[in-house]
Design a binder for this molecule. Structure first.
Ligand SMILES: [Zn+2]
Length: 340
């Protein structure tokens, strides 16, 4: 049995899994990479990334395609709301309307930890999907990591506020409006933030398509606002987690930065630092970050984006990705300077 480099790193540094207030994963159990995931029940104490796997499977398989404005999307929103409630949060539903031939609506669901703190970090992931596949990688995986982080951090003492948010309608394009609108949920969320809240946002962490790509990445949106990305890369090394950034092989996508493809854009437009996490492969295809795997090319927005296919063809990979992302993001959050 080969033990993963980063798993060994976690054990040897002893950094991880302490101080989470007895939350999930506090027993230090970590998944191995030698077998098919078979026991992710989401129960506490099973190891980092186990509850994320459970949430991811539930969102993808219970609700299927979660098209912007659909009943399935609304059901998935209720599911996210219930998970926050089970963790002891008082989640809020932020409804928004849009026109797509007819009037439709969707909602962002958010929960706040440490609401009285002045400075905040926003951790977001979209829960809608396209109408192909089951939206497992894109983006039940990101919502799942966000939910596990909310659970892990629910009793952890932090000096800043944390806002966990599931965005609706990231995938929507509304061609009937003159200007095509993207990222409806996150755009609405940002529109509702006060100038003061915008100024007091240390970083927005965007979680999108984290389950299956060949490699793990973190990017910023602007090179001069990238301390969270850089801290994460540094801690990835310490933990033995192979986290990389965009290598800059394509002139349209400069080194270290994310492209214009997701909810981080809504925050970038307000000058907020962003840190986007995803699994893909920048060394292949057009070297634009869209070709996620050597074996299959793209997974997102294809029929392959479902648990059966991905677990059969990449046994164990999803759990490793979720566990590693949860671990490195948790450590990076804990390294944010106090006194804010
Ligand atoms: Zn996505």
């Amino acid at each position: 049995m080969r033990m993963n480099r980063w798993v060994m790193g976690l054990f040897s540094t002893g950094l991880l899994l302490v101080g989470c207030g007895g939350g999930q994963g506090a027993d230090g159990a970590l998944p191995q990479d030698d077998g098919k995931e078979d026991s992710a029940t989401g129960a506490s104490g099973e190891g980092l990334g186990k509850s994320a796997f459970h949430y991811m499977r539930a969102i993808s398989e219970k609700f299927g395609q979660r098209i912007c404005g659909s009943a399935a999307e609304a059901d998935a929103a209720s599911y996210v709301q219930e998970q926050f409630e089970k963790m002891g949060y008082k989640p809020e539903k932020q409804r928004f309307e849009f026109h797509d031939g007819e009037k439709k609506h969707s909602a962002n669901i958010f929960a706040v930890k440490n609401p009285s703190a002045r400075q905040q970090i926003i951790i977001g992931a979209h829960y809608d999907s396209v109408d192909t596949g089951l939206g497992l990688d894109d983006n039940a995986s990101g919502v799942a990591v966000m939910l596990e982080l909310a659970g892990q951090l629910s009793r952890f003492a932090l000096s800043f506020k944390l806002v966990f948010v599931a965005f609706g309608c990231e995938e929507a394009e509304l061609p009937e409006t003159k200007k095509i609108q993207f990222y409806l949920g996150s755009a609405h969320f940002v529109k509702r933030m006060s100038e003061q809240e915008i100024d007091n946002t240390l970083v927005m962490i965007n979680l999108d398509s984290m389950a299956i790509g060949d490699k793990m990445y973190v990017y910023s949106s602007q090179e001069d606002k990238a301390w969270f990305r850089d801290k994460s890369l540094e801690l990835g090394k310490t933990l033995g987690i192979p986290l990389e950034t965009n290598p800059g092989l394509n002139a349209d996508y400069p080194y270290g930065l994310a492209g214009d493809w997701g909810d981080h854009m809504s925050f970038k437009e307000k000058g907020i630092q962003t840190a986007s996490y995803e699994a893909t492969n920048w060394d292949i295809g057009k070297r634009d970050g869209y070709t996620e795997t050597e074996r299959d090319g793209e997974i997102m927005h294809t029929e392959r984006d479902n648990l059966d296919y991905l677990e059969t063809n990449y046994p164990g990979r999803i759990q490793l990705r979720l566990s590693a992302f949860v671990a490195v993001i948790l450590e990076t959050l804990k390294a944010v300077p106090t006194g804010n």
